[in-house]
Design a protein around this ligand. Structure first.
Ligand SMILES: C[S@@+](CC[C@H](N)C(=O)[O-])C[C@H]1O[C@@H](n2cnc3c(N)ncnc32)[C@H](O)[C@@H]1O
Length: 359
């Protein structure tokens, strides 16, 4: 989790390819409802094209939206590292890709080409105003984010998964590749949010491998369940709501591994975050207490109880300072329960993750 929302490499794909990737998974089963009463919002690209607009009305909206985006220049970038008008114009293009249903046959009405839309034209005006004037994150506008090879549904109340977090799945992939006991074992993703890490891990484990994904937030559990179902992993990833280790009492000492990207931003830093993050993403997903370490330390303390001998853990942190603190804690205060402790660098060269094994 970084302090800003940067576009993902995968979203730079040509629109048609990005659209195809999305559509290739959207047909997967949604037969069983999520195990909570909250119904997640449907992302734009999964909505039926029940609206329409003439090409000239859509062009008018597009011209208005582009002018609004261009008027921003570098104002947001200068104030809090937010998006500049180049990025906003790119987002506008992606919004159009998601909103329009491409048709082979054209429908003509009063000499005007009619375009089928997944969202009413009036809502497109509203959505773009929210993007620019309220700095509502683009991912909440379209209701999804590309992460690894997944397209994950997201909405307000759920953290938008960040690119650097993708590496946690690779770290797990590495340790299970030559260790059958870990590959076929029981894993946990604590604070699962959209379910990103749990789904990623669920896909690298062997046939016998299982993941329990937990979160305090009912909205997160509901959205994660939606994403798990979309990828057909209901038999691999189990969702449980509750605080950290509370929902895992029945599996104490039985986990082959557990991972977490907990809230780790120091409370005082929240107000200085990019508006898209600080104003719109859930505080419970960001705020790690006075020095950002409250949840990380809690997780470290529980690791020895939860993991079976030889079990693996990986935690994401704010950077070098938190990594060093955790490693020192695990070496000196955690009663010598761990071995092979490492600090792993993310794609941007930031020392980001702490990993290790239960002795
Ligand atoms: C930084 S977000 C990570 C979300 C997701 N794993 C990801 O990487 O995109 C932290 C998550 O921890 C959850 N969380 C915060 N406090 C928690 C607690 N006491 N118990 C369980 N989950 C908690 C938040 O709701 C949020 O989903």
């Amino acid at each position: 989790m970084k302090l800003s929302l940067t576009p993902k490499l995968s979203t730079f794909l040509k629109p048609s390819l990005a659209t195809n990737l999305r559509r290739s998974v959207c047909s997967s089963s949604l037969s069983r409802p999520p195990p909570t009463s909250l119904k997640p919002q449907s992302p734009l690209f999964l909505r039926p094209p029940i609206h329409s607009a003439t090409s000239s009305d859509l062009q008018k909206w597009h011209d208005w939206a582009k002018t609004l985006a261009s008027s921003i220049g570098s104002t947001f970038a200068d104030s809090d590292n937010g998006p500049d008008s180049t990025l906003l114009c790119r987002e506008l293009k992606w919004l159009i890709d998601d909103a329009i249903e491409e048709e082979d046959e054209e429908e003509i009405e009063n000499d005007q080409r009619k375009i089928r839309l997944r969202v009413a034209l009036e809502e497109l005006y509203l959505l773009w105003k929210q993007r620019i004037q309220e700095r509502r994150p683009f991912q909440y506008i379209v209701g999804c984010e590309h992460w690894r090879d997944l397209v994950l549904c997201v909405q307000e109340g759920v953290l938008i998964p960040r690119p650097e977090t993708e590496l946690i799945v690779d770290l797990v992939g590495d340790v299970v590749s030559d260790n059958e006991e870990l590959r076929e074992g029981l894993w946990a993703d604590l604070g699962t949010g959209s379910g990103a890490i749990a789904i990623g891990i669920g896909r690298v484990l062997g046939a016998g491998g299982r993941v329990i994904a937990t979160d305090l937030s009912p909205t997160a559990i509901s959205v994660a369940a939606f994403n798990v179902q979309r990828y057909g992993l209901q038999d691999v990833v189990e969702l449980r709501q509750g605080s950290w280790f509370d929902p895992l009492k029945d599996v104490e000492g039985k986990l082959a591994g557990f991972v977490s990207n907990p809230p780790y931003i120091p409370s005082d830093n929240i107000s200085g975050l990019q508006a898209e993050v600080g104003r719109h993403e859930p505080r419970v997903a960001l705020d790690g207490g006075v020095n950002g370490m409250d949840d990380l330390l809690h997780l470290c303390k529980g690791a020895a109880f939860m993991l079976k001998p030889g079990g693996f853990f990986a935690f994401e942190t704010n950077g070098e300072k938190q990594c060093k603190y955790l490693v020192e804690y695990m070496e000196n205060d955690a009663g010598g329960s761990f071995c092979n402790l490492s600090i792993v660098t993310d794609f941007a060269g930031i020392r980001r993750f702490v990993t290790g094994f239960h002795k």
